[in-house]
Design a binder for this molecule. Structure first.
Ligand SMILES: [Zn+2]
Ligand SMILES: [Zn+2]
Ligand SMILES: [Zn+2]
Ligand SMILES: [Zn+2]
Length: 305
């Protein structure tokens, strides 16, 4: 039996187990006067917490930073666009909200320069108020989502934190080396419409790669798909190539590709069919016997381009 091979985990099984995990973010510079940033909603955006201007720009209802249009009630209580949409009356004084903008505060906002919200994760860029949001959507210091295929896992973090999380909380198989030979088994494969097998993580070139294997329907046709994702940014992922092969009885199906960054969701990779796709009938043929059991051996290799 191949190392770590053969454990089938269906989506359902991994559902309730791994919810509500939080990974603590590594804190850079603790002596900084800047407020701790988090990635949830309602955070302070890296501004000094004692800064009065920042407090003014915090929505009194949801505490997120307000971006123009900034609204106010007839008594001058400010409100962000989102909260304005949800309230007819001012949450502070219950007075009916009209359509009053707070232009003075919008002007103040324009004059501000703010640190990226991922400052505590290592980004030291400073931005004019309006450019900040745009930068943050592409900031390379923003935490990654957990690459485990179950969409129920909400853990985020940097790569070392996620590697530890995958080992400790998802019990994934970790392998050192750039070649692999992995076996996937499943009894009664005909009953399986949607299944994901246990993720495998490969450590090579000092980086980590996730091997996914799953069953789903492509149009009407049941298929299996195997693909590799890279734990890092897209521009680094492109520096690698990989192959996947499966076969038996003198037949072989092979795939050569570029691993996808885990910034791309596992679903997105699946939908773009960027991996080795094996029709179920062929997979069962490769499995031998009478097609009652799935028994696939997938071999692969990762190398630097
Ligand atoms: Zn608000
Ligand atoms: Zn009010
Ligand atoms: Zn940034
Ligand atoms: Zn996870």
């Amino acid at each position: 039996m191949a190392p770590g091979g053969g454990v089938c985990k269906e989506i359902i099984e991994s559902r309730t187990k791994f919810m509500n995990y939080e990974i603590s973010m590594p804190k850079a510079d603790k002596s900084s006067t800047l407020a701790k940033t988090t990635s949830g909603s309602g955070e302070k955006h890296g501004m000094p917490s004692r800064n009065g201007v920042h407090d003014l720009l915090e929505c009194p209802e949801c505490t997120s930073l307000m971006y123009p249009p900034i609204h106010q009630c007839p008594n001058g209580h400010t409100l962000c666009t989102n909260c304005k949409r949800r309230h007819n009356c001012c949450p502070t004084c219950q007075y009916e909200l009209g359509n009053i903008r707070c232009l003075a505060l919008e002007k103040v906002a324009e004059s501000l320069e703010l640190p990226c919200r991922y400052q505590s994760l290592g980004c030291h860029d400073i931005f004019p108020y309006y450019s900040k949001l745009k930068h943050e959507q592409h900031c390379q210091f923003q935490p990654y989502n957990c690459p485990y295929a179950s969409c129920e896992c909400s853990v985020t973090g940097d790569i070392p934190a996620l590697v530890a999380h995958l080992k400790e909380d998802h019990m994934v198989d970790m392998h050192d080396g750039c070649t692999f030979n992995h076996r996937y088994v499943k009894s009664n494969p005909h009953e399986v419409e949607n299944a994901m097998w246990m993720l495998t993580v490969f450590n090579c070139f000092g980086r980590q790669f996730c091997l996914h294997f799953e069953a789903f329907s492509l149009g009407m046709a049941p298929v299996y798909m195997a693909f590799l994702r890279f734990m890092g940014e897209d521009n680094e992922a492109k520096k690698f190539n990989y192959t996947l092969e499966v076969g038996a009885f003198g037949r072989k199906l092979a795939w050569q590709g570029v691993p996808r960054s885990i910034r791309d969701s596992h679903r997105k990779v699946r939908e773009s069919q960027d991996g080795l796709i094996i029709p179920r009938s062929l997979a069962l043929f490769f499995s031998g016997a009478d097609g009652q059991e799935l028994k696939l051996r997938i071999t692969g290799r990762i190398w630097k381009v």
